[in-house]
Design a protein around this ligand. Structure first.
Ligand SMILES: [Zn+2]
Length: 254
C-alpha cells in the first residue's frame, strides 16, 4: 500500500476521527477513495468488527514451508525497522527480524495451520452423562487482528456431557490453538464453542472470555483498566436459564 505522497489524507482522518460512524469529506466536498479506506479501516479496528466466523485465509496459505515464511517475514520486518529509522547493525537489533519472524510462525500464529490442531482423543464415559463440567480461568493469549497487539485474559468453558468426554487439558489446548492466530475476540469465542461441539458430540457448550486488549491499553482510548467480555451459549446453555446461571455462578459472573 502506498500513500502516494498525500499526507493530507492521513491528517484528515486523524482530525475527523470522532468515531461517530459517519464519513467525512475532504476540502472539496468529495470523499477521497484512499481517505475513505483509511477512515473505514480505523473504525473497523476501533469497533473490533469482524466479517466471518472462519478465520479469513488465503487458498495458498500452506503452500510454503514454515522456514520459507520465516525468511520472507524476516526480510520484510527488517524493512519496517529500517523505515522507522533503526540501525540494524547494532548488536541488540541485528537478530530482531529473525526473532519476530520465528515468533510469528512458530508461536503466536501457530494456530493458523490445521496441522497444529490438538489431536482429540475422546472416550466414552456414560457415568458422566448429563453432568455439567466447567473448566474455568484458562489462560488466554492471543493477538488482535486489527492492530497486531496482544490480547490477554481468561476463558471459561462448560459442557454437558452426552456420554463423550475429553481429557481436561484438551480444553485448554483447543482454547490455545484458536487463540494463536490474529483474532477478534467474538470470533475466537465462537470458534472454541464450535470445535468443542464437534469433539464432544453435543450442542450443550458454553464459552465466556474476559480479556484485556493491548490496542485499547496502549493506543486509541488508552484505557488500561477495562476488559472485554464475550460469550457464546449453545444448546441447553441457550435455552435453559438455570443451566446458564449455574455456569455463570461457577465462574463468578453471577
Ligand atoms: Zn485491536
Amino acid at each position: 500500500m502506498k500513500f502516494n505522497g498525500k499526507h493530507e489524507d492521513l491528517a484528515t482522518i486523524t482530525l475527523n476521527g470522532n468515531g461517530n460512524g459517519k464519513h467525512h469529506s475532504n476540502g472539496n466536498g468529495k470523499l477521497n477513495g484512499k481517505s475513505l479506506f483509511y477512515e473505514e479501516a480505523e473504525q473497523m479496528g476501533d469497533e473490533h468488527a469482524f466479517s466471518s466466523i472462519e478465520t479469513p485465509m488465503r487458498t495458498d496459505a500452506f503452500l510454503q514451508s514454515d522456514e520459507a515464511k520465516i525468511a520472507t517475514i524476516e526480510k520484510h520486518f527488517e524493512q519496517i525497522m529500517e523505515t522507522i529509522g533503526l540501525d540494524l547493525t547494532d548488536d541488540s537489533l541485528r537478530g530482531t527480524p529473525h526473532r519476530v519472524a520465528k515468533m510469528f510462525v512458530k508461536e503466536i500464529f501457530h494456530g493458523l495451520n490445521p496441522e497444529n490442531k490438538p489431536k482429540m482423543s475422546v472416550f466414552d464415559n456414560k457415568f458422566r452423562y448429563g453432568q455439567m463440567l466447567v473448566e474455568k480461568n484458562i489462560t488466554l493469549k492471543s493477538t488482535c487482528e486489527h492492530h497486531f497487539l496482544p490480547i490477554m485474559g481468561k476463558a471459561h468453558v462448560a459442557y454437558v456431557s452426552s456420554g463423550t468426554v475429553i481429557g481436561l487439558s484438551k480444553i485448554n489446548r483447543i482454547v490455545d490453538y484458536f487463540a494463536r492466530r490474529p483474532q477478534v475476540q467474538e470470533r475466537l469465542t465462537v470458534q472454541i464453542v464450535e470445535e468443542l461441539k464437534k469433539a464432544l458430540q453435543t450442542d450443550d457448550v458454553a464459552v465466556v472470555i474476559d480479556a484485556k486488549h493491548f490496542c485499547v491499553v496502549a493506543r486509541g482510548i488508552q484505557d488500561d483498566s477495562s476488559t472485554t467480555i464475550t460469550s457464546e451459549f449453545s444448546g441447553v446453555f441457550k435455552t435453559d436459564q438455570k443451566m446458564r446461571e449455574e455456569f455463570l455462578t461457577y465462574i463468578g459472573m453471577k
